[in-house]
Design a protein around this ligand. Structure first.
Ligand code: F6P
Length: 359
């Protein structure tokens, strides 16, 4: 009988509970023992590791639609790869994690994480050398290379869309504009997708340079005197510091355009998991369980051309843009961005949505 563990790391998002539920039920159906590691790597390096044992009742199916993680993702100040690297303790941290995995007598670990967690898993892979490591990509940022979709993204787009739909009503009442700053780190996918969904007048994303005067002109020549400008949090504006939404808002005000800013913040990470994300979570959980049956290791589940398959963590790591954390250069992350040939860019341009200087 196999014994597997499941853990969620990095920022939370909607869909984590669905994937936990599906991995657990799939494992129990196979007659495997399944445990959950609480608080990510912090719980794994505790002595003894902080784990719970799952049976069919532990995590009820009706809660699988809820946002957040039943297993927790860890406290911000907890011991993790970043804090260990910062304190120069990565070797002892890795040793502790490996000992925990050995003590738990695991055959496999299902790690549900974003680009940071998956990159760290690959860069510190010796920890998992005696088990099967199967990763499942989740993030609202959609910045994971080699997969067309990530768990949590669709719900985040829906949340952001609903937030902007409400703002649009008050915008019209007061003949004014809203500059909405989205999450997404350095990737503009969340802003781009929600922007198309709501009919934004402009979508400003980190991947495309824009001219603030062109943006002002575009708003001034709008047939409407209200609407929404979406700006992704990763946008930087030369010569200015601060939140990009605030900088754009001040410029609009100075140009005589009545506007307000709005920050949906962590509401983008919650909300009942959409059916689309639940289906994706189920597909990926199923694929991960098959990967364990086939003794695959150092792999990540991925959607490519509508098919759910595994790709190696090595390929994942090497096919993104490998960037180092400016504060901790030892920590390398593999990122993906909106590609210049993303079909949604053309749709946005055809719809006269301002995007900036497209090549
Ligand atoms: O990576 C997910 C994400 O929600 C980003 O979009 C955002 O920049 C960041 O996490 C926020 O992190 P925190 O929850 O630590 O504020």
């Amino acid at each position: 009988m196999k014994k597997i563990a499941i853990m969620t790391t990095g920022g939370d998002c909607s869909g984590l509970n669905t994937v936990i539920h599906r991995v657990v039920t799939g494992a129990l159906q196979r007659g495997w023992k399944v445990i959950g590691i609480e608080d990510g790597t912090d719980g794994l390096c505790s002595n003894p590791p902080n784990v719970i044992s799952f049976n069919y009742d532990t995590f009820p199916i009706e809660q699988a639609r809820l946002a957040g993680s039943f297993l927790h993702n860890g406290r911000a100040d907890a011991m993790n790869f970043e804090t260990a690297a910062e304190k120069g303790k990565i070797a002892s941290f890795n040793k502790r994690l490996k000992e925990s995995i050995q003590a738990l007598k695991l055959d496999a670990l299902v790690l549900i994480g974003g680009n940071g967690s998956l990159s760290l898993a690959w860069c510190n892979r010796d920890i998992y050398s005696n088990i099967c490591l199967v990763c499942i990509p989740k993030t609202i940022d959609m910045d994971i290379p080699l997969t067309d979709r990530t768990i949590g993204f669709n719900t985040a787009v829906q949340q952001l869309t609903s937030f902007c739909d409400q703002l649009m009503l008050t915008a019209r009442s007061h003949h004014r504009w809203f500059v909405v700053q989205t999450m997404g780190r350095d990737c503009g996918q969340l802003a781009l997708n929600a922007g198309i969904a709501i009919g934004a007048r402009a979508i400003i994303i980190p991947e495309i340079k824009f001219d603030i005067n062109d943006l002002v002109k575009h708003i001034k020549t709008s047939p409407l005197d209200y609407g929404i400008i979406l700006v992704s949090e990763g946008v930087s504006i030369r010569g200015h510091s601060g939140k990009p939404a605030d900088i754009i808002s001040r410029k609009l005000t100075a140009s005589g355009i009545t506007n307000r800013t709005a920050f949906p913040e962590h509401t983008q990470r919650v909300g009942d998991t959409t059916a689309t994300d639940r289906i994706l979570a189920t597909q990926m959980a199923n694929c991960a369980l098959h990967a364990i049956e086939n003794n695959e290791t150092y792999v990540m589940t991925a959607i490519q051309d509508c098919e759910c398959k595994t790709v190696t963590l090595k390929e994942f790591f090497e096919s993104g843009n490998i960037v180092s954390d400016p504060n901790i250069p030892d920590v390398m992350t593999s990122d993906a961005y909106v590609s210049p040939d993303d079909p949604l860019l053309k749709v946005a341009t055809d719809m006269n949505i301002y995007l900036g200087k497209l090549k």
